[in-house]
Every structure is written in structure tokens, then in C-alpha cells.
Design a protein around this ligand. Structure first.
Ligand SMILES: Nc1ncnc2c1ncn2[C@@H]1O[C@H](COP(=O)(O)OP(=O)(O)OP(=O)(O)O)[C@@H](O)[C@H]1O
Ligand SMILES: [Mg+2]
Length: 260
């Protein structure tokens, strides 16, 4: 039986003149003993943005701030008009504006089966359980994944669990997708499929962190984070080449030091 409930709730319309608007204003973030960001100011308005940088540079921390999982100790984060430190209503709206795909799928997944996990994205937005489960099954079937509906998530591979995480985000249709190293566990064909899926999601803003530079090389904007600061910010090919060259130099210096 097809989904026959009311139309899904849509995110509050965003000013068409400023379709995407993520602002960090003088943000300081401390995690544990670590001062990850110290007065970071940043605007993210483009439809496709890549995030690159070494392990520990602050990519996942930036995503946690934007999605409201962490609050800055100083400064503020405003996502499409919602302050992430706002009221409960603001926070509910924030969850419609932005969806985060975690670096580790096991940090994101809550439910035992694929259909339940997808349905949760809809019940969290006010859909009834029955309608949400029907829509989840339909959504999977539309993508040729009908057989996945009842599958136990614990029995899926790491890459398949990552795909479930992305599907669970996509079914909720947030204005902005934050994808934290989404290519990391995917085989080559799945990487190509994901890249195509991202290209086709033209009505969404997508921010992708990755160590696989080819996936953001053609993006209109890439940020290179280094120790919580923006080391470079510009067209994908320029920033990726600058970062790759920097890595080559550091690797050569280490090899040289090893021989000395
Ligand atoms: N749960 C935590 N508690 C304390 N400090 C943390 C925690 N998670 C990350 N950090 C610190 O925050 C800094 C930024 O980490 P973050 O995870 O944002 O880096 P990243 O760029 O995503 O790295 P990676 O490429 O390894 O995923 C690091 O110095 C790290 O030690
Ligand atoms: Mg990370």
C-alpha cells in the first residue's frame, strides 16, 4: 500500500535571496581539554562546500556546532535564521534545516531495522508511526532497496550502514546536509554512486568533509582547516592542490628527517 497520509512537513521556507545561510560568529569551542576553535568567524552560503584537513583539524567539530549537537562557549552559530542555542521551537526547526551524517554510522543509528531507522526521521518531524513506516518502505522501494526494509542493521556492512544513515537523512529532506567523511567506507562503485547522488540533489546545500580530495575537487568552495583555523578557502581545485602540495612537502620533510 502506498503512502496516503498528509503531505510531509516541509522546512520553513528560506529567504530565496539568501537560500543558504550558515554563520559562525566569533565562535570558541572547547572539547575536553582542547580549545578546538578560538574566535572562528565563517559564513557558509554556497550549495556545495568541501572540508579538508588533517586528522584533528576540526572538521567533525564544525559539523557538531552547525547541527546544534555542541554549543560554543563563546560566540554564536546561526543556521538559516535559527540560533543553535535557541528555544526548543528553534531547535526543532533546526533539525528540519540541517541533517548530519556522522563519521561513524554507529553513532547515528538507533533502531534495529532499516525501515524503523528511516521512519524515525519522519516521526521526529511529527509524522505518525504508521504513516512513517509506510513512507520508509516506499522510499526504499523507489531506490530499488525494498529488500532492505526489514533487514537488521547490525547485520549490514560498515559501508551499507553508512548508506542507511544517508537514506535516513534524505527521507527527512533537510535544506542542508552535512556529510562527515561519507566516502570513507564505500567501495569504488558506491563512491561513484554517492557522488552522482550528491550531484543530483540540486535543491539541497551539501557540506562534505573528506580525505579523498577528488570528491570535492570540482566544488565551488573548499575550506582547508588546520588546527581549528581556516588555512585556505576558495575554489575546490585551488584549495585541494594547495593542501595536497603541503602534504607532499611535509611527507618529504619527514622522509628527509628519517634519513638524517
Ligand atoms: N569527544 C572529544 N573530547 C575531547 N576532545 C575531542 C573530542 N573529539 C574531538 N576532540 C578534539 O577536537 C579536535 C578536533 O577534532 P575533530 O574530531 O573535529 O577533528 P577532525 O578534523 O574531524 O579529524 P578526523 O579527520 O580525524 O575526523 C582534536 O584536537 C580532538 O582531539
Ligand atoms: Mg572527523
Amino acid at each position: 500500500m502506498g503512502y496516503s497520509g498528509d503531505p510531509l512537513p516541509q522546512p520553513t521556507p528560506i529567504d530565496p535571496l539568501v537560500p543558504y545561510s550558515i554563520r559562525l560568529e566569533s565562535v570558541t569551542l572547547v572539547r575536553g581539554e582542547q580549545r578546538v576553535f578560538d574566535g572562528l568567524t565563517l559564513s557558509l552560503d554556497e550549495a556545495r562546500i568541501g572540508l579538508v584537513g588533517d586528522n584533528g583539524a576540526g572538521k567533525s567539530s564544525l559539523f557538531r556546532l552547525i547541527s546544534g549537537l555542541d554549543q560554543p562557549q563563546q560566540g554564536r552559530v546561526v543556521v538559516h535564521g535559527c540560533d543553535t542555542r535557541g528555544t526548543q521551537a528553534d531547535r526543532r526547526q533546526l533539525s528540519q534545516h540541517v541533517g548530519l551524517m556522522f563519521q561513524n554510522p554507529d553513532d547515528q543509528i538507533i533502531f534495529p531495522t532499516v525501515a524503523e531507522e528511516l521512519a524515525f526521521s519522519l516521526t521526529a518531524r511529527g509524522e505518525t508511526r504508521q504513516a512513517a513506516r509506510e513512507r520508509a518502505r516506499e522510499f526504499l522501494a523507489e531506490r530499488g532497496l525494498a529488500a532492505w526494509a526489514g533487514r537488521a542493521i547490525g547485520e549490514l556492512s560498515q559501508g551499507q550502514r553508512q548508506q542507511v544513515c544517508l537514506l535516513a537523512l534524505q527521507i527527512g529532506r533537510p535544506a542542508t546536509l552535512l556529510l562527515d567523511e561519507p566516502f570513507a567506507s564505500l567501495d569504488l562503485l558506491s563512491q561513484a554512486r554517492l557522488a552522482t547522488q550528491l550531484e543530483e540533489a540540486t535543491s539541497q546545500q551539501i557540506v562534505v568533509s573528506t580525505h579523498l580530495l577528488e570528491h570535492v575537487y570540482d566544488f565551488e568552495r573548499v575550506l582547508w582547516l588546520e588546527q581549528g583555523q581556516v588555512r585556505a578557502d576558495g575554489p575546490g581545485h585551488e584549495v585541494c592542490e594547495a593542501y595536497a602540495e603541503n602534504v607532499r612537502q611535509r611527507a618529504a620533510a619527514e622522509r628527509g628527517a628519517g634519513r638524517a
